[in-house]
Design a protein around this ligand. Sequence first.
Ligand SMILES: Cc1ncc(COP(=O)(O)O)c(C=O)c1O
Length: 338
Amino acid sequence: MGLFHQKPSSVIAIEPEHDIRYFAYARHALSEALRLCDCGPGDVVLLPELICRDVLSSIHSVGATSRFYPVDGTLSAQNLESNPPAKVVIAVNYFGFPQDLEPFNEYCSKTGAILIEDNAHGFLSKSPDGKFLGSRAPLGITSIRKTFRLMNGAALHISDSKYVSNLHSQLAYTNERPPLGMRSRITASRIQRSTRIPLLSLLQVSTRIIRKLTTGSWLPVSSVESETSLPMPINPHQSLRNCVQQLRAEKEVLRRRNLYIATDRKLESIGIDGIFTELTPGVSPYGYAFIANSQQLRSAKRRLRGLSVEVISWPDLPQAIRVDENHFYRNLRVVNFL
Ligand SMILES: Cc1ncc(COP(=O)(O)O)c(C=O)c1O
């Protein structure tokens, strides 16, 4: 059986034994995962401090409470065992690299918590023992739109059959025409990749200038509301289905791994190291993560010119996470391979 398997119901699955449901955003998949765990008001969901604030909206959607554990400089969970029992614990595979699930499994066996593997960044990525990330826990989520330029697209993987009977059927796919901005980015990205003419980069710079003139900020500003309201729509777009059906997974993984090696060489030459020092077999990197202050960030951007990649900063943390400006959470940068 190949990497993807088409079920008669036209639901596309990664490996036949894993049930799967598609959504527009990983936040919807997470919300559905929490519902399957029967997580609701009065329950606690344990998740890392290093998380985009909008992920909290999934927890809010079921009425549960978020509690946070820290991660260290290798983005591994710290002091999990010191947390009181939670209903659910979330492990994040940052940037497509497998999180060590052993401490999570230990925490779950001691407390009865259910593990959800947040693999938003790691579509197509595998652990060293060849398992798809997102399928190593009873429930897993993946944001496919972060790996391929799509209107939207995310998945919920159900690896423990006890959750299947409670699962909703696959939502219908929408097929509206993507907005002009999205279409332009897709076309510009294709041209940039095949010809190296920096059309997408020009588009990104002009978008930033327009944003600065209209909102006063170069980057999109996130609001407190993003912690409580899920994005719309919920139904996945037809382009997700086309993408998964036409996928050339090996080619995409190879492209990402080659970019990782090229980025590593360039950044190493200016004294910047990546967070993940080893590109283990099977890993499909979302990007190249590193810590840099604003001056180092400028040098990194200059050094990477010619690779046709964008360097982005980690989005806003939840309001509840109060760390100072020098904390590494606030200086985490990613060379995005999208
Ligand atoms: C670790 C992590 N999980 C989940 C999400 C949510 O993904 P989506 O934007 O598809 O809802 C994000 C978004 O950036 C993320 O970084």
